[in-house]
Write a protein that binds this ligand. Structure first.
Ligand SMILES: O=C(O)CCC(=O)C(=O)O
Length: 298
């Protein structure tokens, strides 16, 4: 679906102004949409998985483990394929208000793609370099949106998502180095003219939802507080968007329709998208293992 097709359907949760802003800038941050009971459940699950990680010594299908991880001081960078980690994560992705927010941004027929829970630990930990999401998991159109839910308050000093306004209408960058190896980040010379000086921090209170279009250039700085920053991320698309490569981290629900009906026709956007590595053959770690040394100036 195109933005004007999507906007021709009435909003369910967001205001028309919030939807208009999403399509104009390529992102949105909205407080107060996630019911307290859901937020508490997500936090409980997150705490339980961090507890479980104490007995894990290296990354596996559930945990992406950081270099400082110990049993006494967990350093989990990411909980992978979240909806397969616990049925309540899938209930949240498919039955809660989150899927209605997705419908406001991708249209009434909503397809689930993937999910993860990213932590950002205090100190020089998880800096996420400038990137767009779509080059890692290309689709036949650019409706895919990532909805992030902040599990705690995220002020500017805690490494919020940071987005460049209007970049969803700009170039789709190559996320490889000069030799062609996948880096998961935009090359420095491409960043020079990408308008990073206009980037906006998506700060928010616990339970805030941040929405980022798959073409929007975004990043996140180091966490300068003494508290971890957990954000649960869920990707949805219009039902008429079809992934044309194996997703980096498929889940058992990838491709499920969570609102409306499956598409009878694919919508093909003519804008070319670079081809990612064949994840089915080479496997995928995480954005943290793809991106190079955390020495970027964000
Ligand atoms: O966790 C973050 O701060 C950024 C996450 C992100 O952009 C991604 O995983 O693609």
């Amino acid at each position: 679906m195109t933005p004007s097709d999507i906007l021709s359907h009435p909003a369910r949760v967001l205001t028309e102004e919030q939807r208009r802003r999403y399509f104009e800038t390529g992102y949105l941050a909205a407080d107060g949409l996630i019911p307290e009971a859901w937020l508490n459940r997500l936090r409980e699950l997150s705490a339980a998985f961090l507890e479980e990680s104490r007995s894990v010594t290296k990354s596996n299908e559930a945990f992406d483990i950081g270099p400082r991880h110990t049993a006494t001081q967990p350093h989990v960078r990411r909980l992978r394929a979240l909806v397969d980690r616990h049925p309540d994560f899938w209930r949240f992705a498919s039955e809660s208000v989150l899927a209605d927010i997705a419908a406001d941004l991708v249209g009434p027929d909503v397809k689930f793609h993937s999910s993860k829970l990213n932590y950002k630990w205090p100190g020089s930990g998880e800096i996420v370099q400038w990137h767009q999401d779509i080059p890692a998991w290309p689709h036949t159109n650019y409706s895919p949106v990532t909805l992030g839910v902040y599990l705690d308050d995220v002020p500017a000093e805690q490494g919020p998502l940071t987005c460049v306004p209007g970049s969803q209408n700009g170039p789709i960058f190559v996320h490889r180095d000069e030799a062609g190896a996948w880096t998961g980040s935009v090359r420095e010379n491409d960043l020079a003219t990408a308008g990073l000086d206009r980037a906006e921090d998506l700060t928010g209170r616990a339970g805030a939802v941040v929405a980022i279009n798959c073409r929007t250039l975004h990043a996140s700085r180091a966490n300068a507080t003494d508290r971890v920053r957990p954000v649960a991320l869920f990707v949805y698309s219009s039902a008429d968007a079809f992934a044309w490569m194996t997703p980096p981290t498929p889940t058992s629900h990838t491709g499920d329709i969570v609102r409306g009906q499956p598409a009878a026709f694919a919508h093909l956007d003519p804008t070319p998208c670079p081809v990612p590595p064949d994840w089915a053959r080479q496997g995928y770690g995480s954005i943290f293992t793809s991106q190079k040394a955390a020495d970027y100036d964000l």
